[in-house]
Design a protein around this ligand. Structure first.
Ligand code: Q46
Ligand code: ZN
Ligand code: ZN
Length: 309
């Protein structure tokens, strides 16, 4: 297989684009294609301030790298959840944080770090143990904490947009789950871009049209060091099963994942119209000022209030 641009030996095949590229042309194509996605969904401009949510994994660090190469003003945020993996004797969060800090230092970029144990007195696992009501995994609480802190920092520090490293496999798996369950509200709001609405900062997913193997190849070829291990709580997640299923389909019919996701985005407009905004919330939490449905303390503040008690 030869590179479509130069005819040299290709390093990566991308049948969904009917294209194979050598290493150099792949590294040039990734920012170009990201830029086209940013423009297509009107995500942000070079005049705006972007906060990139980094986890230490390949996708978010690849995103930060691409935005930096494209000349965007992109700072990072890392939330240290205090996760450890006792089975593999791995301080997962500490290791992830180290990769984010290393990337920021190497590229002279600003990284905000929020350590939830330092700030709120407990790790994610500890909060979960106290308030889990029998739940084994802390993922629901983890999602709430991450969404809240990222929105707060973006809002307080004057960022125009929060960018996350979701790739097409993530989006297709989420879509698969939402379709299986016909969760209409999730289908309505699943979008590469969520405009800012009543206290929620704008959110963008500039890598949403790359397959996971492409973001991994990019990180590897760019020499980005990232955490290979998954969060220990990710094991057995439904999204992983959906990704496996979609990859089986992709193997038999290349382009299936891409079609599933991209055609959904077109159908979504017909089904729901142009507006895929976050659910507007007019009330605000009296403690932190973030939007709530009730006008009383938000779920995050109730949780951290209990932490302080
Ligand atoms: S980090 Fe948090 Fe994920 Fe780990 S605890 Fe669950 S939600 S699996 S993206
Ligand atoms: Zn080439
Ligand atoms: Zn609050």
């Amino acid at each position: 297989m030869k590179c479509k641009k130069c005819g040299e030996r290709a390093s990566i095949k991308m049948p969904q684009h009917n294209m194979a590229l050598c290493g150099d042309h792949f590294l040039a194509w990734v920012p170009e294609y990201t830029q086209r996605t940013i423009e297509k969904y009107r995500m942000f401009t070079r005049e705006e301030k972007i906060l990139v949510a980094v986890s230490g994994g390949k996708d978010s660090l690849a995103l930060w790298d691409v935005l930096h190469r494209l000349g965007y003003q992109a700072d990072g945020i890392y939330i240290n959840l205090g996760i450890i993996d006792p089975q593999n004797d791995l301080a997962y969060s500490a290791k992830s944080k180290a990769f984010c800090s290393q990337f920021a230092d190497q590229n002279g970029l600003q990284l905000h770090i929020v350590d939830i144990k330092e700030k709120y007195g407990e790790t994610i696992a500890e909060i979960n143990q106290r308030s889990a009501h029998g739940r084994q995994k802390p993922c629901a609480i983890c999602g709430l904490v991450k969404r809240h802190i990222m929105n707060q920092i973006a809002h307080d520090k004057g960022y125009d947009v929060l960018a996350t490293g979701h790739n097409l496999d993530d989006e297709a798996a989420a879509l698969f789950g939402n379709t299986l369950n016909w969760t209409v509200e999730m289908l309505r709001h699943q979008s590469p871009l969520l405009p800012a609405v009543s206290g929620f900062v704008r959110k963008a997913k500039p890598l949403c049209r790359f397959y996971e193997r492409e973001t991994a190849a990019y990180a590897l070829m760019r020499g980005i060091s990232y955490v290979y291990e998954e969060c220990p709580y990710a094991a057995g997640a439904r999204s992983i099963q959906y990704k496996k299923l979609l990859n089986q389909l992709e193997k038999r019919s290349p382009g299936t994942k891409m079609n599933f996701y991209v055609h959904f985005l077109k159908a979504q407009k017909e089904l729901f119209g142009e507006e895929q905004t976050a659910i507007p919330r007019e009330e605000h939490c009296p403690v932190c000022g973030q939007p709530t449905l009730s006008g009383q303390a938000c779920a995050f503040c109730r949780m951290t209030g209990a932490v302080k008690a």
